[in-house]
Design a protein around this ligand. Structure first.
Ligand SMILES: *[C@@H]1O[C@H](CO)[C@@H](O)[C@H](O)[C@H]1NC(C)=O
Ligand SMILES: *[C@@H]1O[C@H](CO)[C@@H](O)[C@H](O)[C@H]1NC(C)=O
Length: 423
């Protein structure tokens, strides 16, 4: 009771002193004894929504809605400053972070304080904006269409082409406006990187608004693809597209109670079925660097849904061996693009300062393909995660993600900021 009153009083005093609404939260944490690097309770973390999860670890949280030019209502989650360091509100460089296929902003917080990318960036003095692509758990809304109504099947008729050319510009404009900054950093994992390349190529004026682009295993070219799932389905992309339209299937693996129930009960520590979960949901994990105790947390927040066409668009990249716009089939391509095949994205337009991080054991985005990409981009270099067994999911879930990638990534960001300061 006394504590509650005390908190109330500090809050009131804080407001009077004109402090940030988050400041008392920071004070409160600094006086609490359990500021640990790890999750304090994996089952709790699995169940909490992202706002409660971030607040539980005493970080400031804001949600912002952004509407795209074609009416999608997106939600960005923001951690405007740090908790232990750089914890005073105020202007600071903004960094936008976009998740991979079937994922969400939660990817960058589930590893917990001391480990997850979001908290690390906030502590290092960045204003962190976790974006959510159209159609996932947090961006599943539209000004006129209802994603659940059969008559609005059009809602799901998009791929990462639209995420790159429409969602990202909307987010960037909104964030520049809100923060008063002139430029932002951008970090994209997997499809988050794909979408950035799409934006830079199709809306090149946005290159000017970016300080640096960090691609964590950005998937674009698949000349060396080893992912069996995509390999098997890619020849049938046209048939699957037609079939899905017929059946009214637009969405894949949206967050559902059944899925959460399964992962919660069968993937926990001590469950005999846990190895099966690893196999099913995290197919290429290196067991030594994957903390299976954390499975309920990771799978409590992923998958977060996507449009089936996002999957098909990757299948097309593999089938045709190009990084091109969506293939609608010959007739529709002629109508939409004025040519029988979809036009390739022009990588020479991606002039932004780029660092591509890759893992040697990545099955989804092969290191040879990342090297190829870094060679054709005008202003890029490729950086290998030192551990040879580093996988695609280690970028978000690996025990050593911070040491392997995040710490190097932030040095690159600082380096890119320097010329700005001199100016
Ligand atoms: C795995 O996660 C649990 C729960 O967060 C934590 O207590 C443990 O220290 C972690 N192990 C490693 C090796 O990171
Ligand atoms: C979707 O957006 C509309 C505004 O267009 C809003 O009224 C509604 O509450 C939103 N639905 C959800 C589930 O957020």
């Amino acid at each position: 009771m006394f504590r509650v009153v005390l908190v109330g009083v500090t809050l009131f005093a804080g407001v009077l002193a004109g402090r940030s609404p988050h400041a008392n939260l920071v004070d409160q944490f600094q006086n609490s004894p359990d500021s640990s690097r790890f999750s304090s309770d994996v089952f709790e973390d699995a169940r909490l929504d992202i706002e409660s999860l971030i607040r539980k670890y005493q970080y400031p949280f804001e949600a912002h809605n952004v509407v795209t030019s074609d009416g999608y209502i997106l939600t960005a989650h923001r951690i405007p400053h740090g908790r232990d360091r750089n914890n005073q509100p105020g202007p600071r460089p903004a960094v936008l972070v976009l998740h991979g296929l079937l994922s969400s902003s939660a990817d960058f917080v589930t590893l917990g304080p001391g480990n997850a990318l979001s908290y690390f960036l906030a502590e290092e003095g960045y204003d962190v904006w976790l974006l959510n692509a159209r159609g996932n758990t947090f961006s599943r809304n539209h000004t006129i269409m209802d994603p659940d109504r059969r008559g609005d099947a059009e809602f799901w008729m998009y791929s990462w082409d639209e995420i790159g050319s429409l969602d990202l510009p909307a987010y960037i404009d909104y964030i520049l406006e809100t923060t008063g900054q002139e430029k932002v950093h951008y970090i994209g994992h997997s499809q988050g990187g794909t979408s950035f390349l799409v934006m830079s190529a199709s809306r090149p004026e946005y290159n000017e608004k970016i300080i640096s682009f960090l691609g964590l295993a950005p998937a674009a070219y698949f000349h060396n693809n080893e992912n069996t799932f995509f390999l098997v389905m890619s020849p049938y992309e046209r048939v699957l597209d037609a079939l899905a339209s017929q059946l009214g299937i637009g969405e894949v693996l949206g967050q559902s109670d059944i899925l959460s129930f399964i992962t919660f009960n069968f993937c926990r520590d001590g469950a005999l079925t846990q190895p099966l979960c690893l196999l099913l949901f995290v197919n290429d994990q290196n067991a030594d660097y994957f903390n299976s105790t954390m499975l309920p947390v990771f799978l409590g927040h992923a998958p977060a849904g996507a449009a089936f066409r996002q999957v098909l668009h990757y299948a097309q990249s593999i089938k045709f061996g190009t990084f091109s716009r969506y293939n609608f089939g010959t007739l529709q391509n002629l109508y939409i693009y004025g040519r029988v095949t979809p036009p390739p994205y022009d990588m020479s337009r991606v002039t932004v300062r780029t660092n591509l991080h890759y893992g040697l054991n990545d099955v989804e985005a092969h290191w040879r393909d990342i090297l190829f990409l870094s060679e054709i981009l005008p202003n890029a270099r490729a950086i290998q995660a030192p551990r040879p067994s580093f996988t695609h999911y280690d970028f978000i879930w690996g025990i050593d993600a911070k040491e392997q990638v995040y710490e190097t990534a932030i040095e690159m960001m600082r380096e890119a900021e320097r010329p700005l300061i001199i100016k």
